[in-house]
Structure formats: structure tokens, C-alpha cells
Ligand binder design. Sequence first.
Ligand code: SAM
Ligand code: DTB
Ligand code: SF4
Length: 324
Amino acid sequence: MIRHDWTLEEIKAIYNTPLLELVYRAASIHREYQDTAEVQVCTLLSIKTGGCPEDCAYCPQAARYNTDINVHGLLKKEDVMSYAQKAKEAGSTRFCMGAAWREVRDNRDFDRVLDMVKGVNELGMEVCCTLGMLNEEQAKKLADAGLFAYNHNLDTSRDHYEEIITTRTYDDRLQTLENVRKAGVSVCCGGIIGLGESHEDRIAMLWTLSSLPSHPDSVPINALTRVKGTPLEHLPKVEFWDMVRMIATTRILMPKAMVRLSAGRAEMSMSDQALCFMAGANSIFTGEKLLTTGNPSFEEDHMMFELLGLKPREAFKEQEAGCC
Ligand code: SAM
Ligand code: DTB
Ligand code: SF4
């Protein structure tokens, strides 16, 4: 049964279940609701990198931090198309374009992004964007251009949010998600662990996600990638076991969502990742880079799929609309 009324106490009890028992429960639910032979393969491309006015403490693209990234303006459509084509040939079925913007503005750059969305959609891939905040009309324009999904993360709990970002509010984030949902675009929304949050904060973030009017269609779970020059560079590395616990809890709360093992894979072995798939993850980002940081190569992922007997989920596979 898909529930939207999980309580904090129930989520806490699930999250604190002894690890192997938790993985077993999550794996059972995963088998009931998903095809466990399939993993969705998404590729990210940063179409506009760095120079962002926001102060997200984890992010190498915020202009106010001195990080070593290759800052560039909006890429040309033909460069985006050739990377999307390469990703498609490598087995990717979803292509996600990210821009270091606080929000979408109604200007020529947005028109160019709409054109990129149209082009990638014509390749037969699910197109996703992550461009910051947007209003309902902008969400509608993206949908009309062929956008399939929009990524906009809550990142952490409402209480911990202001320790991490001060230049926008949690409610701004929720409003964008509502605008995306109303435009009929698939919602991709998750968070990051390792931002100095407590276990209660993680539980509270999962509570917010699982209480949304519909569960997000995909839930990315990121481990903080600690980047030199950002305020969070000296935080301890996320414990792998915490990733497993988060993934398993997410799977139990939102059985029909795609749960994405996102940032952090570059530091995981194949057996670590296998345990995450067992615990309910069924989506990954492929390609040498996420947005600005490293990720396993297409070849390494291909080997992992062979070894684990996994196959990429086909594009536009029916997910019962509004079901979750
Ligand atoms: N600027 C847009 C926004 O913030 O919505 C889109 C791009 S932003 C880089 C997309 C997401 O990447 C963030 O919400 C965050 O969850 C994730 N992210 C950014 N830096 C990260 C890091 N160092 N480690 C893990 N996840 C990160
Ligand atoms: C998400 O949840 N993770 C991706 C995607 N959505 C946009 C981004 C991870 C970024 C990691 C840091 C970087 O590469 O810059
Ligand atoms: Fe800008 Fe997005 Fe990075 Fe925040 S996460 S600084 S909004 S690019």
C-alpha cells in the first residue's frame, strides 16, 4: 500500500532497524513493486557551470567559494546533443541537464534550454533538467518542449536547511516542486547526507518527501562530495552504511519511486553498490562526471551491469501516473 501519512516515529523505527533486517525488508518491497533486474541509467551534463549567486554550503558552483572548477556559460546546443548521443549509445535512457542558476529567468538562455530539451527529446531519451527555482508558466513551457522530469532537491530537513543555505527557503523549494507537478512533469526530488545533519534530520527529510501530495517519481540520495574551497570541505566522509540505511528506508516509504544512488558512487566499490541495489536503489547517474565532480566511467558501469546481471531500464517505461 502506498502511504502518504507515515509518521516521524514510524520512519524513525524503520531507519533504526538493525541493518541486515532493514535491507531484507527493503529488498522484499523492492521485489514486490519493481523489476529488480532493471536499473535506470541517467546521464548528467552541466550545461552552465559555476558563478551561481546562491550560498549552498556543499556546492562547488557557488560564486562566493573559491573552488577549482571549469566555469563556463551556457553550452551550445550542438555540444549538448553530441554528449547526449554518446550517452544514449552507452545505454543511458535519461539525460539530465544542470545549470548553476538560482532560478529560471524568461530570457534568451531559457529559450536556448527549451531548444536543447526539444533536441534531446527527439533522440528518444527522457529529458530531465535541474535549473533551480521555476514558476508554473516556465514549468509548462519546459513540458511543452518535451521535458519529462525536473530535478529539484530538498537537500536536507527543514530545520537543518538554514545551516546549509540562506539565500532561499525550504518553502521556495516546495513551491517549485508544486509548480513542476502541476505542469504534469515527473518530479525528481531527494537530498544529500553528510551535511553535518543528525539522524533525526534525515528522518525528517524523508518524512517531508513521503508526505508530498504524490511521492516524487524519483528520489536521488546523494552522499556529500566534499569539494575543496566549499564550507563543508572538512566534514567527515559519509559512512557507506548510512547510505544503505537511507536507501533502504526510502524504498520502504516510497515503494513505487525510482530510488537513485547518486553522488558518492566514485568512492564505492562494486560490492558496496550491489548492496545499495539490493536495498532498493534502482537508478544511477553514469558518465565520467556528475556535474563538476568525478563518477565511474561508462565502461566501469557497463562491467558492473554485466557482473551483477542488471539491464538498463527502457525509456518512458510506464509508471502509473499519479499512483504514488
Ligand atoms: N542550481 C540548481 C539547484 O540548486 O537546484 C541545479 C543544480 S544543483 C548543483 C543540483 C543538486 O546537486 C543540488 O540540489 C544538490 O542536491 C546536488 N549537489 C550539489 N553539490 C553537491 C555535492 N558537493 N555533493 C552532493 N550533492 C551535491
Ligand atoms: C542529484 O540529486 N544529484 C546530481 C543531480 N541531482 C543534479 C548532482 C550531484 C552533483 C554532485 C556535485 C557535482 O558534481 O558538482
Ligand atoms: Fe547554485 Fe544549485 Fe549550486 Fe546552490 S546547488 S550553489 S543553487 S548551482
